[in-house]
Ligand binder design. Structure first.
Ligand SMILES: N[C@@H](CCC(=O)N[C@@H](CS)C(=O)NCC(=O)O)C(=O)O
Length: 203
């Protein structure tokens, strides 16, 4: 058997990395997984050259792709069996587009809170408030949005939302207990083989 031509650079405990791993699993794309050991490393080389010092990245024959959306698109180009994927630009109307925006913003806010050395600061307090308000809003809108999504096998929105919700619990940033619509979505999505195969663990 030949080695995969793609290398994913990330961490098994990272929600942005899980988005890409879940996509790869759904699309049947093989890759070698290279783990970034230290998330506080200050050299871009530790993040396969990403000057923003972030993960994940995908090293492919076409180039090195930074960020989960770029990576998912490249994975889709490598899919053996094409699947119907809904991308962010296909989300029409304010509510659909806002769910996408708020999901990604909440993922970024969570990163900030985890990386923050001053959890009692005014900024951290604001970020926690932002996360709580966002989850409340997402909980009120998620059912209508799932209904309105175009016919699909997979959407970047649902994968990101699933990774956000499970990561909040995994890192104990915030309990999702009060958000019953979001929890129902996560429970249903979590039955996929791709979700089971990519559970968060610390490397
Ligand atoms: N826009 C990027 C965000 C990536 C990101 O924030 N990744 C986190 C790990 S889940 C990270 O690299 N954190 C390091 C840091 O904040 O310094 C994506 O979609 O992949």
């Amino acid at each position: 058997m030949t080695a995969p031509i793609l290398t994913l650079v990330g961490r098994s405990s990272s929600h942005f990395t899980r988005v890409t791993r879940l996509f790869a699993q759904e699309l049947g794309v093989a890759y070698t997984f290279h783990i970034v050991k230290d998330l506080r490393a200050l050299e871009s080389a530790a993040y396969s050259g990403n000057p923003a010092l972030r993960l994940p990245s995908l090293i492919a024959p076409s180039g090195t792709w930074y960020g989960s959306l770029n990576i998912c698109r490249e994975l889709a180009r490598h899919a053996r069996t094409p699947r119907r994927v809904v991308w962010p630009e296909q989300l029409h109307g304010a509510t659909l587009a806002n769910v996408q925006e708020l999901t990604l913003q909440a993922m970024a806010t969570e990163v900030e809170l985890i990386m923050n050395d001053a959890p009692q600061s005014a900024l951290a307090t604001k970020r926690r408030e932002s996360l709580t308000g966002t989850l409340r809003w997402l909980d009120q809108n998620v059912d209508a949005v799932l209904e309105a999504l175009p016919a699909r096998d997979l959407s970047y929105l649902e994968v990101a939302l699933y990774c956000l919700l499970t990561h909040l619990e995994f890192r104990q940033v915030l309990s999702t207990e009060p958000y019953e619509h979001l929890r129902r979505f996560a429970a249903t999505f979590g039955e996929r083989d791709s979700a089971r195969a990519t559970a968060f663990v610390f490397d």
